[in-house]
Design a protein around this ligand. Structure first.
Ligand code: MG
Length: 333
């Protein structure tokens, strides 16, 4: 009894250029898988590796799909190497027949643009009801951005929380200055202050986490399930920013985090709604300490059919099921 695997590649323009510490990003590329199951039902999944984020490249994921195209045994699908995390996640989603997610609402963090543009956008998001905000830092000069921090905090309603995401852009000295400053302000956590790779990166992060009261979030440092396990073994005291779409066996990883009572933020990999449905399903099933979702990204694509629900301060699990993966599969043909 074999499955039957097909895949289709997509290239979708973002509505506006995404700017991070790693540069500008205009077109999201990824692929959809369609899996016909032995019982004749069909499931879909999305493999959308993030360039420069450590998992497989899109070309590797596509080669693997080409190698397995047509009838394929379940054992072969399960034997795909762990480093192809994005594709493994796509296939796991396509193989499963999940029931509805638990009915609940979760808070969503509003994503603010880098630099001074955040000051212009924040009041509108606050007006819309958001109380958790995320600001990309490490894009401009550290001094300029630090000078903006208090202006931005002043523009947010009282009781708001601000997340800072440096995408690993700072050296130790800049990270220390920011962590000291953030410790005296309503900053929920500082995400990836220093690079994930390089000699001593792990000890530096653990040292910084011990030296400053503001929590640190790991993002680029936890790109696969092995990374999560190693940080759990080290007793990481801060947040885990988890992109389930990139994790491979995301359900097992999330179960380990839950068992450790870890602080987890479920986060978008800027995937389309097909991948986001699978990722958010895990978020809605999470019973640990709640944190606002890192899914305040939509509308994201020039072609809005590929978006999830427009970012609102709360996301209800019912909204997950609105998009139909089969129609999006057809749309990328
Ligand atoms: Mg991040």
């Amino acid at each position: 009894m074999d499955f039957r695997l097909d895949h289709r590649r997509y290239a979708l323009s973002f509505r506006r250029t995404i700017r991070t510490a790693r540069g500008a990003w205009d077109v999201r590329e990824g692929l959809y898988v369609r899996l016909e199951r032995p019982d004749g039902t069909v499931g879909f999944g999305e493999a959308s590796p993030v360039p420069g984020f450590g998992s497989e490249s899109l070309a590797e994921a596509e080669q693997q799909c080409q190698a397995l195209a047509g009838p394929v045994a379940a054992g072969k699908l399960a034997a795909i190497p762990g480093r192809l995390g994005s594709l493994r996640g796509a296939l796991a989603a396509a193989m499963a027949s999940p029931g509805p997610a638990p009915a609940r609402s979760l808070a969503v963090a509003a994503l603010l643009p880098a630099g001074r543009a955040a000051l212009e956008e924040a009041p509108g998001r606050a007006e819309a009801g958001f109380r958790v905000f995320k600001w990309k830092v490490g894009v401009g000069a550290a001094d300029d951005e630090m000078a903006m921090l208090d202006d931005l905090l002043a523009a947010l309603p009282s009781g708001s929380k601000l997340r800072l995401d440096a995408n690993g852009a700072w050296h130790r000295r800049a990270a220390e200055q920011w962590l000291a400053r953030a410790s005296e302000r309503p900053v929920e956590f500082v995400e990836q202050p220093v690079p994930a790779d390089g000699k001593g990166a792990r000890d530096l992060l653990l040292g910084l986490a011990g030296d400053y009261p503001v929590p640190i979030g790991l993002d680029e440092s936890v790109v696969d399930q092995g990374d999560v396990g190693r940080w759990l073994d080290d007793g990481w005291p801060g947040y885990y920013i988890i992109k389930p779409s990139l994790l491979g066996d995301a359900a097992a990883t999330v179960a380990r985090l839950a068992a450790a009572d870890a602080r987890v933020v479920f986060s978008s990999a800027l995937e389309t709604v097909v991948g986001a449905q699978a990722a958010l399903r895990l978020a809605f099933a999470w019973t640990g300490r709640p944190s606002a979702l890192g899914f305040g990204v939509w509308p994201l694509f020039a072609d809005s059919r590929f978006d999830g629900p427009t970012a609102m301060p709360f996301l209800h699990s019912d909204e997950l099921h609105r998009a139909d993966p089969a129609s999006l599969w057809n749309a990328v043909s």
